[in-house]
Design a protein around this ligand. Structure first.
Ligand SMILES: Cc1cc2nc3c(=O)[nH]c(=O)nc-3n(C[C@H](O)[C@H](O)[C@H](O)COP(=O)(O)OP(=O)(O)OC[C@H]3O[C@@H](n4cnc5c(N)ncnc54)[C@H](O)[C@@H]3O)c2cc1C
Length: 246
């Protein structure tokens, strides 16, 4: 038996992702006190905020010379809602990350599915490792929207049919596609986030270019916006040093 109200069983389609910063203890000062313990021991806390120019210089030096550990003494927790194929890529990031995701065993999965919007380039040109994406034609865009929606509807009907017949959620979910939205909390620190951003965003300042899938980049861009507000000096140093995690 399904335990979800009838309205929630109607498939809905979206082409964006959700990223919310739900909890944080993260500031540039967290980097500074951790770094200064090297030279002034327990007095490093008293030194905070005394000389902003020196602080900026120290953060830049740490970033440039890849002294990474001072960037770990902070924490950011994000709520993320995105398609399952994004989460598969996301959870490859093992170091400095904690994850908790909604369960397809313990709850009935809601029918929210990913369909790219018009801004998503549809056609890949060139060879692997050296390709570009270009806009699709109108016909390709219509095809993608129609085929995806039809296929999602059919898959979700099959899921519902099995639940209605008493089949366990963990068995019935096998028919659901990777375009289904899931949600999770992901907690990281500035160092692990920088490593993620270096790999999962494309940026003109990147010393080492990466070619991430657009949908995980959309998540990365939203996380980056939140992080930049919390740690502006660290963020500026990350960009100034080629967006390579220290
Ligand atoms: C554009 C792109 C394409 C990709 N394509 C594929 C693909 O086709 N198939 C696929 O399977 N994956 C693919 N990946 C995933 C990729 O291989 C990494 O798993 C992912 O980017 C996470 O990076 P990471 O291991 O550096 O991060 P983390 O797991 O967070 O690790 C951070 C760092 O810790 C160190 N580290 C972590 N674990 C170990 C370990 N076991 N041994 C030694 N050092 C370790 C490394 O220095 C590592 O860089 C792709 C990633 C990108 C960005």
């Amino acid at each position: 038996m399904t335990d979800t109200p009838a309205d929630d069983l109607k498939p809905s389609f979206r082409g964006d992702v959700t990223v919310e910063l739900v909890k944080h203890t993260a500031s540039d000062a967290d980097v500074l006190f951790a770094a200064r313990v090297s030279t002034i021991g327990e007095q490093s806390l008293d030194e905070m905020g005394k000389d902003p120019e020196r602080s900026k210089g120290l953060i830049n030096y740490l970033m440039r010379d890849r002294h990474g550990s001072p960037f770990e003494h902070n924490s950011m927790t994000f709520f993320i809602s995105a398609p399952i194929f994004v989460f598969r890529e996301f959870m490859r990031h093992r170091v400095g990350w904690s994850y908790n995701e909604e369960s397809g065993r313990y709850r009935e999965l809601h029918p929210v599915f990913y369909v790219p919007d018009e801004s998503r380039k549809l056609v890949q040109e060139g060879r692997p490792g050296k390709y570009v994406f270009v806009e699709g034609t109108q016909a390709q865009q219509e095809l993608v929207g129609r085929v995806m929606e039809d296929s999602y509807r059919e898959a979700y009907e099959s899921y519902q049919e099995m639940l209605a017949a008493g089949v366990a959620r963990e068995v019935a979910r096998a028919v659901l596609p990777v375009g289904l939205f899931s949600s999770m909390y992901a907690t990281c620190n500035a160092r692990s986030l920088m490593h993620f951003l270096g790999l999962r965003t494309q940026h003109e300042l990147a010393k080492v270019p990466s070619f991430p899938q657009r949908e995980i980049e959309m998540v990365g861009e939203k996380m980056e916006t939140e992080w930049a507000k919390l740690m502006p000096l660290t963020y500026a140093a990350f960009n100034a040093n080629g967006r390579v995690a220290p």
